[in-house]
Design a protein around this ligand. Sequence first.
Ligand SMILES: [Fe+2]
Ligand SMILES: [Fe+2]
Length: 159
Amino acid sequence: MLDREPACDHLRRDHRVIEERLDILLAALMNLTSERIPEIQATVRDLQDLAAIHFLKEEQIFYPKLRPMAADLLASLDHQHEEVRELERHVAELLAEPPEDPDSRWLNDLRTFGIEFHDRIQHHIVDEEDHLFRLAGERLVPEDQQSLARAMEHVHGGL
Ligand SMILES: [Fe+2]
Ligand SMILES: [Fe+2]
């Protein structure tokens, strides 16, 4: 059943799972207190795990297929992945050793970078769905979509 799913549907499904975590992160950041730090740490860890597998599927399997058809678009999506990774590293570093009694400056930093991290991922997802998946929908035949999806299932299962 699953291996008949088109690649775009597979990636969209990942996006919806990532967005659930993004909503939880944003809600916690908007009402940030030191008591919420463990919840934010867990949510960011979930996002790191989800994004690692998802980016791998895109960079190793989906992007290479579309790159010859839209080099500029793919270069800009590569760049967005790098920006997301950079922010993710920064947020994870902040959360790695939070102060015992965080002051408002530290909390403000976490809020600022956490919201930026959220916004970049959300923006990237919209860009992919509006531009890349639309192109893929027009240019890939169903057999391509299915074989890409099968390869991506393998990435998921392999990690
Ligand atoms: Fe992506
Ligand atoms: Fe994506």
